[in-house]
Write a protein that binds this ligand. Structure first.
Ligand code: GLU
Length: 438
């Protein structure tokens, strides 16, 4: 059902890469509109000529697309709508709600000011309840540098009116703009939209989220290898709780449960561990084929050509986002799958106890044991060796085996390594270790 009465807007200012906070507000607008059969207008608020850049606009468009946030109308660029704003300014001057003011200070000799009636402005906020603000302090605020250079508040109010916006869902940081915008609505005869000011996203230390907290723009998260559906899930539940224990939602399911009036009043803390957990859950929802293809793509990007498909499930277990594969590569955690490990002989000794003969004896036993088989599974590798290890001492047997195969102090268990490397490569590595000990 289309509810022709509900219209929301996504109105970013292209003055930086698309911030998660803005993305979350855009998502709330999207969820609200979709839930209620409303319409979404997309508007680029680029009146600030110095700070607005096409590059940022493109980033915002791309980020919305990546998240799956669509719109019904736009993009409209405010910088291309000057004729419309000029007309409104002229009307306001004519009806006495604005005037051209001679300035003694500032760079402009003449500006257009709004005639502030003073007093108080009261409005209902869907999240905050009733809000009341003094407006005397706003004085006769400037609405345009001149007739052809409108300022932010004016353009927002004119556009919201002409685009039929019924609900303004925006960040809490916009609440101080509301009284000015209500005054302008009244001056141009626009109906008052409903307001919902969404509390900001806070960093774990409860301060405003900024670049020093790591990833803050959508492109950062994209580059870190998060799934867009996980970002949507995470942002959708940031400051909104549909009730119950459930935490994993697809976009369509978020739409179903979304309720603006249940958005919480306090700031929502951005928890990266939670995001990673949600991301992992969404990776689990992918088909095995899709998962393996992406892991392969990331391995190849990291210089590992033709990776052995046996390592895909192991990598899957160790990551929460695709970018973790980059990190594992950087930290050398994947090298031993692809090349003969190099390590100090001493590492082969269990608990550092230099016992060449026993270590060699165990490795030789294993070497003989595996020379006749190929492993079908991790289990089959384990079955071959485990009883012997239990009898002889697990650490004494399995530690040198694991080091011989990986060259590392930490790695997956030796059975997994045997299975992944296969008997030919494993034998080579064990022989290597025995040579080192001789
Ligand atoms: N262009 C504003 C911003 O990106 C939007 C504020 C509003 O929603 O009114 O901050």
């Amino acid at each position: 059902m289309k509810n022709n009465e509900i219209v929301v807007r996504i109105p970013p200012s292209p003055t930086g890469y698309f911030h998660v906070g803005r993305a979350r507000t855009a998502l709330f607008n999207y969820l609200f509109a979709k839930k209620n059969g409303g319409k979404i207008v997309f508007r680029i608020e680029d009146t600030d000529k110095e700070r607005s850049k096409r590059e940022f606009e493109e980033d915002i468009v791309e980020s919305l697309k990546w998240l799956g946030i669509t719109y019904d109308e736009g993009p409209f660029r405010q910088s291309e709508r000057n004729d419309i704003y000029r007309e409104s300014i002229q009307k306001m001057i004519k009806n006495g709600s604005a005037y051209i003011s001679e300035e003694s200070e500032g760079s402009n000799k003449e500006v257009v000011r709004f005639k502030n009636p003073g007093g108080k402005i009261k409005f209902e906020d869907i999240i905050r309840g009733e809000v009341e603000m003094e407006i005397d302090d706003l004085k006769d605020f400037i609405i345009a540098k001149n007739i052809d250079e409108p300022l932010y508040h004016l353009t927002v109010v004119v556009d919201d009116f002409l685009m039929g916006v019924t609900h303004i869902i925006r960040g809490d940081d916009g609440i101080s703009n509301t009284p000015r915008q209500i005054l302008l609505q009244e001056a141009i005869g626009a109906p008052r939209p409903k307001y919902a000011h969404v509390p900001l996203i806070l960093a774990p230390d409860k301060s405003k989220m900024s670049a020093r907290h790591g990833a803050v723009s959508l492109r950062d998260f994209r580059e870190a290898g998060y799934l867009p559906e996980a970002i949507v899930n995470f942002l959708g539940l940031l400051g909104f709780n549909p009730g119950g224990e459930r935490e994993i939602y697809k976009m369509s399911e978020l739409i179903e449960v979304f309720d603006l009036s249940r958005v919480q009043k306090g700031g929502a803390v951005f928890n990266t561990e939670k995001l990673d957990w949600i991301n992992k859950e969404h990776i689990k929802l992918l088909s095995e084929k899709e998962r393996n293809e992406t892991i392969k793509k990331y391995l190849e990007k990291n210089g590992f050509k033709n990776p052995n498909p046996k390592i895909f499930p192991i990598i899957f277990e160790h990551i929460s986002k695709w970018g973790d594969i980059d990190k594992m590569t950087r930290e050398g955690e994947l090298d031993f799958y692809f090349k003969t490990p190099e390590y100090e002989t001493h590492l082969l000794f269990w608990k550092g106890k230099e016992d060449k003969e026993t270590t060699k004896k165990h490795l030789n036993w294993i070497l003989e044991k595996i020379s006749t088989v190929d492993f079908e599974s991790v289990e089959s590798a384990k079955n071959l060796i485990f009883d012997y290890a239990t009898e002889q001492g697990r650490g004494e047997v399995l530690w040198p085996l694991r080091v011989a195969l990986s060259g590392k102090e930490k790695s997956p268990d030796p059975f997994t390594l045997l299975y992944v490397l296969g008997s030919v490569e494993s034998k080579k590595r064990i022989e290597n270790a025995i040579n080192k000990l001789s």
